[in-house]
Design a protein around this ligand. Structure first.
Ligand code: FAD
Length: 325
């Protein structure tokens, strides 16, 4: 019996959300008196995989098949399922990411495992039950969910837990093959086209996001958002009405009907904070709101609030950030 952690990698780096997942998996393994093994997906680097020992992972499996560099749903599912069978994993932990969402449900069917998404805390195992806490109603509430059966899959929401870090500990990295066939790559994308993102930082993965709403008054004022984003090394985003009227491209629209972001820092400028917007940003670690209306709902979700006019505040904030860096 063991815990299997799915670790997503990109350009050789382990994604931050996967460091949290690795740490979560190691803590669950400790609760159950077993060890945590990771299976790496994406473009990985063995030295970085070995560093997962710092999060408490004892062994990392890695299939260097070049076609696994980009996400292929069937192939990733088979790879993870094969690793789960080999390791006799009772618990599989993955990120509540796009990849986690796509693969988690397939794995659940394939391995006959119960599945909980959007999980925000370590499980409780007293009283013979395995209970996980998950976000519900767009983050407005939490639900305790009992996972049953011999196998359980947990998708951990980003920024819900601090990744542990024990410097110098290394994990053993072993090559692994799931004997993937041509058929497993039948749904491989023909071409991956990266969207042109202001500042060159991809929104779903960004650690910092500067976002604008209707309070910016028009596309001609977006340089205020871009200047601050550039100074912070952040991605830019916007509210839905802004992309609806083509002030900004649709791939920058965040919220319930747009992209979900979970950065360390989300700066909302001239955005009211409607529930549909909050649904896509409320797992950000620190939320800063700039709005001239002190009654704007976004202030209730903010860690820091500036009541002021974006046209006055943003140039000063950008200048201050530039001075500090
Ligand atoms: P507004 O609501 O017009 O707010 C503008 C804000 O700017 C105000 O708070 C105002 O005080 C402030 N302001 C104005 N001038 C200044 C100034 N000079 N300086 C500082 N502050 C200023 N919305 C999304 O964003 N994402 C979604 O995914 C999404 N999905 C939706 C799905 C459904 C089914 C529905 C019904 C709605 C959805 N919406 C979504 C729309 C959402 O309900 C809001 O209408 C929208 O988020 C409002 O955008 P906004 O805050 O930019 O504009």
């Amino acid at each position: 019996m063991s815990v299997l952690v799915v670790v997503e990698c990109d350009k050789g780096e382990v994604k931050k959300s996967s460091l949290e997942v690795a740490s979560y998996g190691a803590q669950v393994a400790a609760q159950l008196g077993t060890t945590a093994t990771a299976i790496a997906v994406g473009e990985a680097n063995e030295a970085n995989l070995a560093k997962l020992g710092e999060q408490g992972i004892s062994k990392v499996l890695y299939d260097a098949e070049p076609r696994l560099k980009d996400f292929v749903n069937n192939a990733y599912t088979k790879l993870i399922a094969t690793a789960a069978e080999q390791e006799q994993a009772q618990i599989i932990v993955l990120a509540n990411s796009n990849i986690g969402a796509a693969v988690g449900s397939r794995l659940s069917v394939r391995l006959k495992a119960s599945l909980a998404t959007n999980v925000v805390d370590l499980p409780k195992t007293d009283g013979g039950q395995f209970v996980v806490k998950r976000g519900a109603f767009s983050g407005k509430a939490f639900a305790d969910m009992v996972l049953s059966g011999d196998r359980k899959i947990i998708a951990v929401k980003k920024n819900s837990i601090e990744a542990q870090h024990e410097a110098g500990k290394t994990a053993e990295v072993s090559s692994f093959s799931a004997q993937l066939s041509e058929a497993d790559f039948a749904d491989a994308p023909k071409q991956v086209v990266m969207q042109d993102q202001a500042g060159g930082v991809l929104l779903p993965e960004a650690e910092r996001v500067v976002s604008g709403g209707r309070g910016l008054k028009g596309p001609e004022n977006w340089h205020l958002i871009e200047d601050l984003a550039k100074a912070l090394g952040a991605a830019t985003a916007c509210s839905k009405p802004v992309s609806d009227v083509d002030w900004r491209p649709h791939h920058e629209h965040v919220g319930q009907t747009g992209i979900t972001v979970s950065p360390n820092l989300y700066i909302a400028c001239g955005i009211s904070g409607a529930i549909q917007h909050l649904a896509g940003v409320n797992s950000s670690k620190v939320i800063v709101v700039i709005n001239k209306d002190p009654e704007a709902p976004f202030f209730k979700a903010a860690d820091y609030g500036i009541v002021g006019d974006v046209f006055e505040v943003l140039p000063k904030l950008t200048a201050a950030v530039k001075e500090l860096s």
